[in-house]
Design a protein. Structure first.
Length: 497
C-alpha cells in the first residue's frame, strides 16, 4: 500500500471515496429520513427546532429541480446532497491537515479512514441531519487555525460564524462552537478576540425568534421560545439519563462509529454464503492489527506550533463524547468523532503507518461488505409492500410493527399521522391490543411473527407485550419477503361484537 500511496494524489482518493458514496444510497431509510423528505416534498415543517434549518436548506436546494422535473425523488436527492457534503467535509479536513503540515501519506490515510468510518459513510448515504453541520464546524476549525497562525481578526470572526451556522443545522454542534470559543480565549487571553468570535452567535437566537414568530405564528414569550428551542427535550424525543445502559451503549456506539456491528451480518451470511468471504482477509488484518499494536514503536510525539488547536479539539471531542454518554450512548451524536479524533490525538501523535494502512483496508472491506452494500442492495423488511397494501385499503385500520411505516405512507401520499395506521409501539398493555380490535371489529396487522433482530431498540425497550391472538378470528392475507425473513399480513376480527 505504501507504493500505491506514493503515486496517487488526494484527487484520486477523493474520487474513489465519492464513487462509493454516490453509488450506494441506502434503501433502508430511517423513519426520520422519510419524515424529512416528506416535509421537503410537501413544504411542511421546514424548521424543526433540534436541527432548525436542515429541511429548509434542502428544500431550497431541491426546489429548482422540482420545477424542472416531474416526480423528482426527494428522498434520493436528499441522500445525494448529504453525500456531496460528506465529500466536502473530507476536502476541508484535508486542507486543515495540510495547514498542520501533516505528511502526504498520512493525510491520505486519514481521509480514507475517516471517509470509510461507518457512521460517516452510513449517514453520508442517508437523508439525516448529521453530515451537513460537520461541514460548517470543520470550516470553523479551518479558520480557527488560520487565526492561530496569523492573529487576524477576520479569521476568528469567520471561525465563529461557521461554527454558529453548524449549530443552526444541528444543536449538538454547540459543543464544537463552545470548544473553539474556549480555545480562542485561552490562546489570546483577550476579551476582544473572544467577543469577535462569539458575536455571530447572536444569529442563533435571532433565527429561532424569526421562525417562532413568522413561521410558527406564535407569540414571542420566554416560555414559547424556551419550549421551541428545547422542544425535543420537553417532548422526550431526545433521551437523556444516567445508568448502566449508558456505559454499555456508549461502548457499542464507540465501536459502531468506526465499524458496522449489527445482527444483520448473520442474515447476510445466511442469505448468501459469499458474505462470509470478507471474514477471511479481515481475520488476517485483525491478526496484523494486534501484532502492530503490540509494537513498541507505535506512537511518536509530534512537536507542533499549533498546540492550542490540538488542545481545543481534544476539548471538543471530550464534550461531544460526554454528551453522547449522557444521551444513552446515542451513536447519532457521535458522527463527528472520527474527524475530531484525527484533529486532536492523531495530530499530537504520529501513529505507526502500518497500523494506519491496516485500519484503512479493514474499515473499507468490513463496512462496505456488512454495512453500505447491504443497505443499498437489500430491503431488510421490505415494508413498502405493506404501505402499498394500506393505500389500497383506505377504509381499514392497520396495526403495524415498524414505526417507519407511518412516515413511508406520509412520503407516498402526503397524509401525515394517518389515522388508520396504528403503531404497536404505542400500546402499553395487552388489554390495549384487545380493546383496539374489539372497537374496530376488523383490523389488519403485520405484528404476528414479524421478523425481529437484536439491536439498540431491543436493548432499550422497557416493555414486551404478549398478545393472545386466540381470542380473535385470524385470517392470513399475504406475505412479503425481506432480508430478515417473511412478513405476513393478517386480518384480525373480533368475535365478541
Amino acid at each position: 500500500m505504501k507504493k500505491i500511496l506514493e503515486n496517487i494524489t488526494v484527487y484520486h482518493v477523493i474520487i474513489f471515496i465519492t464513487i462509493f458514496y454516490f453509488f450506494n444510497p441506502t434503501k433502508n431509510s430511517s423513519l426520520d429520513a422519510y419524515a424529512y423528505a416528506s416535509y421537503i416534498k410537501y413544504n411542511e415543517n421546514l424548521f424543526l427546532p433540534h436541527h432548525l434549518i436542515y429541511n429548509f436548506f434542502l428544500y431550497t436546494l431541491i426546489k429548482p429541480f422540482n420545477l424542472l422535473f416531474n416526480n423528482i425523488n426527494i428522498l434520493l436527492v436528499s441522500k445525494y446532497i448529504n453525500a456531496f457534503f460528506q465529500i466536502l467535509n473530507l476536502i476541508v479536513f484535508y486542507r486543515i491537515l495540510s495547514k498542520l503540515s501533516i505528511p502526504k501519506r498520512e493525510k491520505l490515510l486519514f481521509i480514507i479512514i475517516v471517509g470509510f468510518s461507518f457512521s460517516l459513510w452510513r449517514y453520508g448515504t442517508e437523508n439525516e441531519t448529521y453530515i451537513i453541520p460537520i461541514t460548517f464546524s470543520l470550516l470553523g476549525s479551518f479558520y480557527f487555525l488560520d487565526f492561530l497562525k496569523t492573529s487576524a481578526l477576520k479569521y476568528v470572526f469567520y471561525s465563529g460564524l461557521f461554527a454558529t451556522i453548524a449549530c443552526l443545522f444541528h444543536q449538538i454542534h454547540f459543543f464544537w462552537w463552545l470548544g473553539l470559543l474556549i480555545g480562542t480565549f485561552f490562546y489570546t487571553k483577550k476579551l476582544k478576540q473572544t467577543l469577535v468570535y462569539g458575536i455571530s452567535a447572536l444569529i442563533v437566537p435571532l433565527t429561532y425568534i424569526l421562525v417562532l414568530v413568522f413561521y410558527n405564528n406564535l407569540a414571542l414569550t420566554p416560555t414559547n421560545l424556551v419550549h421551541f428551542v428545547f422542544n425535543d427535550f420537553y417532548t422526550g424525543s431526545a433521551k437523556t439519563e444516567f445508568g448502566l445502559n449508558n456505559l454499555f451503549l456508549i461502548a457499542i456506539s464507540s465501536v459502531r462509529t468506526f465499524f458496522q456491528v449489527h445482527s444483520n451480518i448473520y442474515f447476510l451470511i445466511k442469505n448468501n454464503i459469499l458474505f462470509a468471504i470478507p471474514i477471511v482477509p479481515l481475520l488476517y488484518f485483525g491478526y496484523k492489527l494486534i501484532k502492530v499494536t503490540l509494537n513498541k514503536d507505535l506512537l511518536h510525539y509530534r512537536k507542533l506550533d499549533e498546540d492550542s488547536f490540538v488542545k481545543s479539539h481534544i476539548l471538543i471531542f471530550t464534550l461531544h463524547f460526554l454528551f453522547a454518554f449522557y444521551a444513552v450512548g446515542n451513536v447519532e451524536f457521535m458522527v463527528m468523532l472520527p474527524f475530531l479524533i484525527f484533529l486532536s490525538v492523531f495530530i499530537k501523535y504520529s501513529v505507526n503507518k502500518s497500523l494506519l494502512n491496516i485500519l484503512a483496508l479493514t474499515l473499507f472491506i468490513w463496512n462496505f461488505s456488512y454495512g453500505i452494500y447491504p443497505n443499498s442492495h437489500y430491503k431488510y423488511y421490505n415494508d413498502d409492500v405493506l404501505v402499498d397494501f394500506i393505500i389500497q385499503h383506505p377504509n381499514n385500520k392497520f396495526l403495524v410493527k415498524n414505526d417507519a411505516v407511518l412516515n413511508k405512507f406520509y412520503y407516498k401520499t402526503g397524509i401525515d399521522n394517518y389515522n388508520n395506521i396504528l403503531l404497536s409501539s404505542k400500546l402499553t398493555s395487552a388489554n390495549d391490543f384487545n380493546k383496539l380490535i374489539i372497537e374496530n371489529e376488523i383490523i389488519y396487522t403485520d405484528i404476528i411473527n414479524k421478523p425481529s433482530i437484536f439491536n439498540r431498540q431491543t436493548i432499550t425497550s422497557k416493555k414486551s407485550l404478549n398478545y393472545d391472538f386466540s381470542k380473535f378470528d385470524k385470517k392470513f392475507i399475504m406475505s412479503y419477503q425481506g432480508l430478515y425473513g417473511a412478513s405476513k399480513i393478517y386480518q384480525l376480527k373480533s368475535t365478541s361484537k
